[in-house]
Design a protein around this ligand. Structure first.
Ligand code: GLU
Length: 288
């Protein structure tokens, strides 16, 4: 099967150096393999989605010199490429899992439910503690809305407020979009076995996973606004050339020497680029 990769930004904030490094790796892997790259907008959690953020992320990615072969703006055979338009697929998956007897309702509090249903980003209040399976074998409380959990791993696939959980949507999308390799931040590593379990249960193809180490600030914490001008849009507004940003990211991966300025396309001829997956595993946490 030919390579299919994806860029899966959540429009909940602005693109910074950390995201850009992961997206650069995803782009390079697809281009090195001569495969296809999909842009998928993960706007699954309406309260957290910022108006206009998806368009700004697309603009930032294009400014950096990244492109894709399928996506909301270019179309393609596996659309729609926006999660809020894919509810019918998630509903199909939920029905299937239910028929297989793999789900159980849970009436633990909303707060607990929300903590375990979002992508567990490090340094984030929503980091997912392991659910002890409290509701697995007890009668559910009729006075509270129930979420649905997957028996193998006890994670939420549909939230009590009716929203689709990140785990379900991502697994269904990667499977149905025939993704062969997922390149994403190492913060999502703990979710990978859950997503593989869902893909297997749904008899969808399981991709290979490459987790890119998170970019950290000088204080060792995951890169964020507190580290100053790390947003790609701020660099663009300050007149920094995109080649410099790409050079910094590529240098942090050990692909080019520090101080290099080049486009993603030019990076494809950097020596050793075909071993990018090995370089990624050893990537430095800081971007100079
Ligand atoms: N949309 C998720 C995020 O931005 C990434 C999901 C994934 O790559 O699996 O955190």
């Amino acid at each position: 099967m030919s390579y299919r990769g994806r860029l899966a930004p959540s429009p909940t904030g602005s693109l910074h150096l950390g995201h850009a490094r992961t997206f650069l790796v995803a782009w390079l892997r697809a281009r090195i393999a001569g495969g296809a790259l999909v842009l998928r907008i993960e706007d699954l959690d309406p309260p957290r989605v910022l108006p206009g953020a998806a368009a700004r992320i697309v603009e930032d990615l294009r400014w950096l010199g990244l492109d894709w072969d399928e996506g909301p703006d270019v179309g393609g055979p596996y659309g729609p490429y926006v999660q809020s338009e894919r509810s019918d697929r998630y509903a199909w998956a939920l029905r299937r899992l239910d028929e297989l007897g793999l789900l159980y309702p849970c009436t633990c509090t909303r707060r607990e439910v929300q903590r375990v249903s979002s992508a567990p980003h490090e340094d984030d209040e929503e980091a997912a503690p392991r659910y002890p399976g409290t509701c697995r074998s007890r009668p559910i409380r009729e006075d509270r809305p129930a979420s649905l959990r997957f028996r193998d791993g006890d994670f939420i696939v549909r939230r009590a407020d009716g929203l689709w959980a990140y785990q379900l949507a991502v697994a269904v999308d990667d499977g149905t979009m025939q993704i062969t390799e997922v390149v994403r931040g190492a913060d999502l590593l703990p979710c990978t076995p859950w997503q593989v379990a869902l893909l297997r249960a749904l008899e969808l193809p399981v991709p290979r996973y490459l987790h890119v180490p998170l970019v950290r600030g000088p204080d060792g914490r995951r890169l964020s606004k507190r580290h100053g001008a790390v947003a790609i849009a701020s660099m663009r507004q300050a007149g920094v050339p995109p080649q410099r940003v790409i050079g910094r990211l590529a240098a942090s991966l050990g692909v080019v020497p520090e101080g290099s300025e080049l486009s993603p396309r030019e990076l494809l001829s950097a020596s050793g680029i075909e071993r990018l997956d090995e370089l990624v595993a050893r990537a430095a946490p800081g971007v100079q």
